[in-house]
Design a protein around this ligand. Structure first.
Ligand code: PLP
Length: 432
């Protein structure tokens, strides 16, 4: 399969190049040159398959020209080493729990797939690969833990000083080994801008083999489609239409759902739910797409003012704006509404994290306006990961899962960094 750039469909590269480069040289995002379809029979058969079997089928369709069957199995087994259960919260409202991986957020799926795929594609290369990652929280921990101890790879994580929860921070600043954390005096968008500039810097790229594990990388992005297939297959539909509500920041996760839909999964509707960083809901309402500076909120992993996967969504809808606006409905919520949702859902026996709360609210509002649906919201992180917010909302202590508590023991080790590009470049040059 060839991968093309969203900036120029004539710019085509191999899977290996798309994965190692991350971002196309023209600043576009890579997209699969063709989208394989599941047959109706294959879709009907999903409920009888395990999560991994669904993974072999879907990844097999996408990667069969590039990887052997045994490599595909290895890749899927490594990625789907934990479950993604669908839990009923209310009648016709289900939570898809994506937080059962090592760092308790959905980004574990993409990070594990990405590190495994890179190691499969890089076996012949001698040069150390530097993975640059900008994080607003969960990407850093998922990527750091996904790549920890992987030979020939060094991970450099940029995160905004003071804007990431202590628990999140501990998950990528305490690991040591091949993981370096840079504490940037700025906001997430500054971190993202530094990383983008480094990838586009010809001088730097002559000296270093740089790659990205942000959600812009197809190796992070594509595997996220798997849990949509799985959840759909397990969802009791009773003749109702199906809607997925996705709490969104960079819009990679929802984009992967749309990819699953394009591959033939009969999802009727998507809801893009955001916090007050509502560039996409505004666009979906009919305004022009306009990037804005990010605003800090309680659902901080979605504090993104310039969602990097937006061109991918456009490409998935073949740049047809009206189709895009018809299939995806946008909703946004402020911190008060987010806290209220955590409080109202708790008595139903379910604890939301602030991101899942935004997804839940979007789903409920959509379903109120559109009867006849059964809905799934993506619960993208364990509530214990945002312990301060959830405990304050509920007025009670949360029990932390063991693997989360273990991170708290580690010592934070970071390198401070300004938000100017020259300082960052100087740091990278010294690595070579
Ligand atoms: C990253 C993240 C999101 C946003 O996902 P995107 O793919 O960037 O839209 C939502 N919730 C949590 C917990 C996250 O870590």
């Amino acid at each position: 399969m060839k991968y093309y750039s969203t900036q120029n469909s004539n710019h085509e590269v191999s899977l290996a190049e798309a994965v190692i480069k991350g971002l196309a040289p023209d600043n576009g995002l890579y997209m699969p040159g063709s989208i394989p379809l599941l047959s109706l029979g294959e879709v009907d058969n999903l409920p009888s398959m395990s999560f991994r079997e669904i993974g072999y089928l879907v990844i097999g369709k996408l990667f069969l020209e590039d990887l052997s069957e045994s490599q595909i199995k290895e890749l899927v087994d490594h990625t789907l080493s934990f479950d993604a259960p669908l839990v009923e919260v209310e009648e016709n409202v289900y939570s898809l729990e994506l937080f059962h991986g090592p760092t308790l957020a959905f980004k574990d799926f993409g990070a594990r797939f990405c590190s495994k795929l890179m190691s499969l594609l890089l076996t012949k290369s001698e040069q150390t690969v530097r993975v640059l990652v900008a994080t607003s929280g969960d990407t850093g921990s998922a990527v750091a833990n996904g790549f920890l101890g992987v030979d020939g790879v060094e991970v450099i994580i940029l995160f905004p000083k003071g804007k990431v929860s202590q628990l999140q921070e501990k998950q990528f600043t305490t690991l040591g080994e091949n993981i370096i954390a840079l504490e940037v005096d700025g906001v997430f968008d500054d971190c993202q801008a530094l990383v983008k500039q480094a990838f586009l810097d010809p001088e730097l790229n002559k000296k270093l083999l740089l790659t990205s594990a942000n959600s812009i990388n197809i190796a992070r992005w594509i595997p996220q489609c798997l849990y949509y297939f799985y959840a759909y297959s397990r969802l009791p539909k009773n003749g109702k239409k199906v809607v997925f509500s996705v709490p969104s920041g960079n819009f990679g996760n929802i984009g992967a759902g749309i990819l699953a839909q394009r591959m033939g999964l009969p999802i009727d509707q998507f809801v893009a739910a955001t916090n007050v960083n509502k560039v996409v809901p505004d666009y979906l309402k009919g305004e022009e797409f306009m990037a804005k500076p990010s605003i800090q909120t309680l659902s901080n992993s979605m504090d993104v003012g310039n969602p990097s996967n937006f061109p991918r969504l456009q490409a998935l809808y073949r740049n047809d704006e009206s189709l895009f606006r018809e299939r995806v409905k946008g909703y946004f919520y402020d911190d008060t509404e987010t806290v209220n949702a955590i409080q109202t859902v708790q008595p139903k026996g379910y604890t939301l994290d602030p991101h899942g709360a935004v997804g839940y609210l979007g789903l409920k509002d959509f379903m109120d306006e559109n009867p006849g649906f059964v809905g799934v919201f993506l619960e993208t992180a364990h509530p214990g990961k945002f312990r301060d917010v959830v405990e304050e909302a509920l007025g009670e202590e949360l029990e932390l899962p063991e693997r989360l508590a273990a991170f708290l023991e580690g010592e934070k080790d970071v390198i401070p960094m300004g938000k100017g590009y020259e300082e960052f470049k100087g740091f990278l040059e010294k690595l070579s």
